[in-house]
Design a protein around this ligand. Structure first.
Ligand SMILES: *[C@@H]1O[C@H](CO)[C@@H](O)[C@H](O)[C@H]1NC(C)=O
Ligand SMILES: *[C@@H]1O[C@H](CO)[C@@H](O)[C@H](O)[C@H]1NC(C)=O
Ligand SMILES: *[C@@H]1O[C@H](CO)[C@@H](O)[C@H](O)[C@H]1NC(C)=O
Length: 458
């Protein structure tokens, strides 16, 4: 039986890969910034033929990202989509609004997360406690769940201590119109909402450079004096995932509880009947390895065998306990604003941040392994002394409401686990050093081990 299933999965995977390569990224993986990964066999190769690669020699230099502000454009929405948008706005603002079906989420567990609330402060200039950042493109369907959960978390945490920064790019499905119409509603709530559109298209030209520029654009308001971000500000950066508010708060909570610098979820994709860990191109264990083994032919047959060569990560993962990694993103990441603002880590001698260097998203330098911008972000975090990076396996995400329901049913909602959590082995024993070598995988066919610190020396 097992054998039959195994072969079936193989066939499905092969089919998907071939199908995807034939059709280009658009058909299967549209709607997500990150969904290119499983089929990104040749990150250096030009974009799919059907994507107007004539224009690839565009305004964006492949090496240096443009100053983000230059890329913020005015956009006129589509009047027809503005007609549909109010229902979505209503659904985002009201958790009980059921006209649009979405993933059902448990109510927030007050005793667990209450301490995260910003203390009431009457001074309007008090510090920013929580900063939510998102890049969204063609994410219309997931907006009620994704933004509804953010609004719920913001209401819980205290709207006046929160800011929400969304960068929208090239959507024609109503994403822009909904996000635009949200402005007055979120202002009424008392939330600072920075919504911008950009024409930067991650599907053309140097993907990683573009994706990095887009993420930096979402983070940019952190540097604005008027927001009052400081070392105590928590950044919540979300992909276009169907997330519950408890997922968000659990990542924030674990960062506090574990004194972590960064916490990530686990994200999944349904390629066949069984879910597969998704962010395998980006994430690396504390041993520097991928979360599952991918042979040079790029097949995902070992996707079921997570942490196959790392018994400690495997044990903690199976016990649903947070564990330290070298790099992660996994659909949702929570980190402090300090590295982004160029501030040193807490209770530590400023190591490599003595020059107040700000960490931002970037693509690989000359001579550096060509990996995704979140991996390089984590690498720079380690370098600056922020290496307490952990995955929280109780938080499991997918990219659509339907599949998120499946993954929640399979893995359990976050609160299912936190209700029965055992305090004993919860704490991570942090390693202070990154792995000496990290698996470099620009493409599946070309994997090698490289020193973690290559090109860092100055
Ligand atoms: C598994 O890990 C051990 C020790 O970390 C290492 O020597 C070995 O090469 C690894 N095997 C694979 C297949 O990565
Ligand atoms: C594989 O990677 C090595 C070093 O990382 C590089 O020199 C080589 O050109 C790459 N080969 C291919 C086929 O991409
Ligand atoms: C990386 O770290 C090793 C060991 O600490 C050190 O010997 C080497 O010089 C470093 N390389 C760079 C490029 O910083």
């Amino acid at each position: 039986m097992k054998r039959v299933r195994f072969v079936a999965i193989q066939v499905v995977c092969l089919f998907v890969v071939v199908f995807t390569v034939l059709l280009g990224y658009n058909s299967l993986f549209a709607g997500s910034w990150e969904r290119w990964k499983p089929i990104l066999l040749h990150p250096h190769s030009p974009p799919a033929e059907n994507e107007g690669s004539r224009q690839a020699a565009d305004a964006i230099s492949p090496v240096t990202p443009p100053p983000p502000t230059n890329s913020v454009e005015k956009k006129l929405g589509d009047p027809r989509l503005y007609e549909v948008a109010p229902v979505y706005v209503a659904s985002i603002m009201d958790p009980d609004y059921t006209v649009i079906p979405r993933l059902e989420c448990p109510t927030l567990h007050e005793p667990r997360y209450g301490y995260l609330r910003a203390t009431i402060s009457s001074t309007p200039s008090s510090n920013l406690r929580y900063f939510f950042g998102l890049d969204l493109r063609q994410s219309f369907k997931v907006l009620p769940r994704l933004l509804g959960s953010i609004v719920e978390a913001v209401r819980f945490l205290g709207p006046s201590s929160c800011a929400l920064s969304i960068v929208e790019g090239n959507s024609d499905d109503g994403t822009f119109e909904v996000l635009d119409l949200l402005q007055p509603e979120l202002e009424k709530l008392g939330l600072k909402y920075i919504f911008r559109h950009t024409d930067v298209d991650s599907k053309e030209g140097e993907r990683i450079t573009k994706l990095a520029a887009l993420r930096n654009m979402a983070l940019e308001p952190l540097h604005s004096k008027s927001l009052h971000a400081d070392k105590d500000t928590t950044v919540v950066f979300l992909n276009d995932v169907a997330v519950c508010s408890e997922d968000i708060l659990e990542l924030v909570h674990q960062r506090v509880l574990q004194s972590a610098d960064m916490t990530c979820a686990m994200d999944w994709v349904y390629v066949g009947n069984d879910p597969t860990f998704y962010d395998v191109w980006v994430a690396r264990t504390l041993k520097g390895n991928t979360f599952f083994d991918i042979p040079p032919d790029g097949n995902w047959n070992s996707a079921w065998n997570l942490f196959w060569n790392d018994s400690e990560s495997k044990r903690r993962y199976q016990e649903m306990l947070p564990f330290q990694v070298y790099a992660c993103w996994n659909g949702a990441a929570v980190f402090g604003a300090a590295p982004v603002l160029g501030l040193p880590p807490p209770n530590k001698e400023a190591s490599h941040t003595v020059d107040s260097r700000r960490i931002s998203f970037r693509s690989a330098r000359q001579g550096e392994c060509h990996v995704g911008e979140p991996t390089l972000f984590c690498k720079d975090m380690w370098w600056a002394g922020f290496g307490k990076i952990a995955v929280v396996p109780t938080v499991n995400l997918e990219y659509s409401d339907e599949a998120a329901k499946k993954i929640k049913d399979l893995k359990g909602y976050t609160s299912k686990w936190t209700e029965s959590e055992s305090k004993d082995s919860l704490r991570i024993e942090w390693a202070s050093e990154p792995p000496e070598n990290v698996k470099c995988m620009p493409g599946w066919e070309n994997q090698s081990w490289r020193p973690w610190n290559e090109t860092l020396e100055e």
